[in-house]
Design a protein around this ligand. Structure first.
Ligand code: ADP
Ligand code: ZN
Length: 421
């Protein structure tokens, strides 16, 4: 579809979805009534800005069954978010919702270059977390062969990968880094494997990490975005251009806003990403604030797709650390660390306070440089590079390769030991 056809479809679906939410969910009805908005006031796409935002707390306030717009007997499944930032959020699906989600994930695979002849090893966590089943259903919908290895048991992952001739690996970027080390330990040369594409998402990762994964495994490492509130993985995915993630705009209407004022930003401005789901039955979400910060690119992509692209997600607004009054995003620290050749990929940020806040950056030295460089010199290089960019003095601890605990799911990079007042 070209941009105009997509907009027409979006408007038709938006009108129907606003009506569905208004008619069937008390929260939306109360809010729209209070704001003086009627369903019929939505006449063009821009009218969406009249509708109040929906936030994560709205879902928590409706625990356990969420913002249900259908009778419970029409609900086929529940999932819950991993709760990285607090109490889990429960989300619900009708048959239509599961079907749409499978289609969206199949489109992500296909967009990344995966075909029905591929053998897909799915090392995301199965269970309440949406990763496992989302990647599973999408690969089945595409018609690929799926190996539901789930997380953990890295030796068995490697054995399956080799014996079954896996061509596509699905896992978090952090787990793929761990797998690269495990392959070295097991003395498996990645060139013996048939891997060609990695479907990596669920957490932020940098371009340098991508290059490292691509070089080490001899694959194309593709980024994929989603969140449990918006079905799960499958909201947006990279095409082989690797220049932004295409948002499936026939299902998701995207906006960016100023996270402090809620004001809608112009295309190209960095802000909090807000999604309206266009056909969700069980749990309609109107103007859902993701708290993720990014830039949306509306220019047509070199691959020919007209779906807008979410440029790399630079962290979430609630990720921001305030250290002695200075705002710092963990992704900023990561960007600096990966730019220093002598360092490895694993790091941790620890915050402590006595009367002043202290920022500790613990980072592994790359195995190639361990015991080969002057640690004092390297350490002061890291300190001054961090200081130049963060305007903040961090204490740096250089660690032996392998000592930071590896993860099977999302990495926990920040340890905040400051007492919350
Ligand atoms: P939570 O972690 O909040 O419990 P989810 O497991 O649904 O819930 O995680 C969704 C969040 O994960 C997103 O809001 C986003 O911050 C992050 N995320 C998912 N995919 C990506 C990606 N490709 N790049 C960066 N961040 C991502
Ligand atoms: Zn593209």
């Amino acid at each position: 579809m070209n941009g105009d056809d997509i907009s027409r479809l979006q408007l038709k679906r938006l009108k129907a979805q606003v009506k569905h939410a208004y008619d069937n969910v008390r929260m939306y009805r109360d809010r729209m009534d209070k704001a003086g908005i009627k369903v019929d006031d939505i006449r063009k796409l821009e009218d969406i800005s009249k509708i109040p935002f929906t936030k994560k707390d709205d879902l928590r306030d409706h625990y356990p069954y969420g913002i249900l717009a259908v009778p419970i007997e029409n609900v086929m499944r529940l999932h819950a978010s991993s709760g990285t930032t607090g109490i889990p959020t429960v989300v619900s699906y009708t048959r239509h919702d599961l079907d749409t989600w499978s289609d969206l994930m199949a489109r992500c695979y296909s967009c990344a270059g995966v075909t029905p002849s591929d053998i897909v090893q799915n090392a995301y966590g199965y269970g309440l977390f949406t990763g496992g089943l989302g990647f599973h259903m999408g690969a089945e919908r595409l018609g690929a062969l799926v190996l539901p290895t789930a997380t953990g048991n890295t030796k068995r992952q490697i054995k399956m990968m080799r014996d079954m001739r896996t061509t596509v690996l699905c896992c978090t970027p952090s787990y793929s880094l761990y797998l690269i080390e495990a392959l070295q330990e097991e003395k498996v040369d990645p060139s013996e494997l048939d891997l060609r594409i990695g479907m990596f998402g669920a957490e932020p990762w940098s371009d340098e990490t991508r290059l490292h994964i691509q070089d080490s495994l001899g694959i194309r490492a593709q980024d994929l975005y989603g969140m449990s509130e918006l079905y799960g993985p499958g909201v947006a995915a990279e095409c082989p251009e690797q220049n932004g993630l295409h948002i499936w705009s026939d299902e998701f209407l995207v906006e960016t806003i100023d996270p402090d004022t809620g004001e809608v930003l112009s295309p190209g401005e960095k802000g909090e990403v807000v999604f309206t789901m266009l056909t969700r039955e069980a749990m309609p979400l109107l103007r859902y604030r993701t708290r993720d910060l990014a830039v949306i690119e509306y220019e047509k992509c070199a691959c020919g797709r007209s779906h807008p692209r979410i440029m790399r997600i630079k962290g979430r607004s609630d990720d921001m650390l305030i250290v002695g009054g200075v705002n710092v995003f963990p992704s900023q620290i990561e960007d600096i660390l990966v730019g220093i050749e002598e360092l490895g990929e694993q790091y941790q940020i620890v915050l402590e306070t006595d009367r002043l806040d202290h920022l500790y950056v613990k980072v592994e030295v790359s195995p190639k440089y361990w015991k080969k460089v002057d640690m004092k010199e390297l350490s002061s290089k890291v300190v001054s590079t961090l200081q130049a960019s963060l305007t903040l003095r961090a204490k740096v601890e250089l660690l032996e390769p392998g000592v930071i605990p590896r993860t099977e799911g999302k990495a926990k990079r920040v340890i905040d030991l400051r007492k919350k007042i």
